[in-house]
Every structure is written in structure tokens, then in C-alpha cells.
Design a protein around this ligand. Structure first.
Ligand code: 4NP
Length: 158
């Protein structure tokens, strides 16, 4: 079982997009049973009295264009205990990585990654929060998810 946690600031745009794109890629290859895929936030901005907000409507709409549903997903915050529960903890940008380390502690097992490294890139996933450009975000995340799947195959993890 490969356990993946995608992480962003609010868990309503980028990391849920990554969660559901990765689930789709894995499902299309008949590999769903070998994976546990979740997403979470470094902040509590989208969580009120323990109840998380749903995926942001434009992010949901972008996923829907590609035949992907994000129904039933609500924002949750990353927990320190998640470090032992996941094999790959993947942040969308450099600030996410910094905040993840604050929550998870020192990355002793080197499980924390920045998303676009799986596409051979050192930049951040395009943040749609201010740009409103969800298409570029989708493309970045799709590229990285495909790269991650390839990486796992090359390492004989699946
Ligand atoms: P996300 O987007 O981190 O991709 O889910 C954001 C959501 C909320 C905020 C910023 C980015 N916010 O500032 O509340």
C-alpha cells in the first residue's frame, strides 16, 4: 500500500485537485487498491468549528471538465500524527513545505516532497487563489501526478 498525502494552504483548491487527479490516474490503471490518497491543509482558514469547507467551486468545475468529481471532500488540517501514516507528504509550494515541517517536525525519513519535483521542475504549482487561473493549476498538477506514478513504477513500488 502506497500512502500519499497532498498538502496545500487551505485544502480547497490545489491539494484536493491533486487528490482527485491522482485517484483518477491510479483508477484508470486499475491500481486503486494499492493506494491510499488523501489531502489536507496547513492552515485552518477553511475549517470552522471542526467542519471543513467543500472544494472551491472553480476548482470543482475544472476537475469536472476532465470527468473528475470532488463531491464529499471537505477541508481538513494536516496532523503531526500523519507523518507516520503516510509514505509521501507532498506540498504544492515552498511555503507549504515550511508549514508542513512546522506541523510534522523534522523530516527524519525524508517523506516530504514539493509537488513539481515529480515533473522534474523546481517551481511551485501555479496558485489559482489570486489569479483565478484553474486551468494552469490543473495542468501543473496533472503533470506532477503522472510523474509521481512513473516514479513509483520505476522504483518498483507498484
Ligand atoms: P489552496 O487555496 O491552498 O490551494 O486550497 C487557498 C485557499 C484559501 C486561502 C488561500 C489559498 N486563504 O487564504 O484562505
Amino acid at each position: 500500500m502506497i500512502r500519499i498525502m497532498f498538502v496545500c494552504h487551505g485544502n480547497i483548491c490545489r491539494s484536493p485537485m491533486a487528490e482527485f487527479i491522482m485517484k483518477k490516474l491510479v483508477n484508470d490503471e486499475g491500481l486503486s487498491e494499492q493506494f491510499l490518497i488523501r489531502s489536507s491543509a496547513t492552515s485552518t482558514e477553511e475549517i470552522w468549528h471542526g467542519q471543513g469547507n467543500p472544494v472551491y467551486p472553480p476548482a470543482k468545475a475544472e476537475l469536472k471538465k476532465h470527468g473528475i468529481s470532488a463531491d464529499g471532500k471537505y477541508a481538513v488540517q494536516l496532523q503531526a500524527s500523519d507523518y507516520d501514516k503516510y509514505d509521501y507528504l507532498i506540498g504544492m509550494d515552498t511555503m507549504n513545505i515550511r508549514n508542513m515541517k512546522r506541523i510534522l517536525g523534522a523530516d527524519k525519513e525524508e517523506k516530504i516532497y514539493k509537488m513539481m519535483t515529480f515533473a522534474g521542475r523546481s517551481d511551485d504549482v501555479a496558485d489559482p487563489w489570486y489569479s483565478g487561473d484553474f486551468r494552469t493549476t490543473y495542468n501543473d498538477i496533472d503533470e506532477a501526478c503522472r510523474g509521481l506514478l512513473k516514479y513509483l513504477k520505476e522504483r518498483n513500488e507498484i
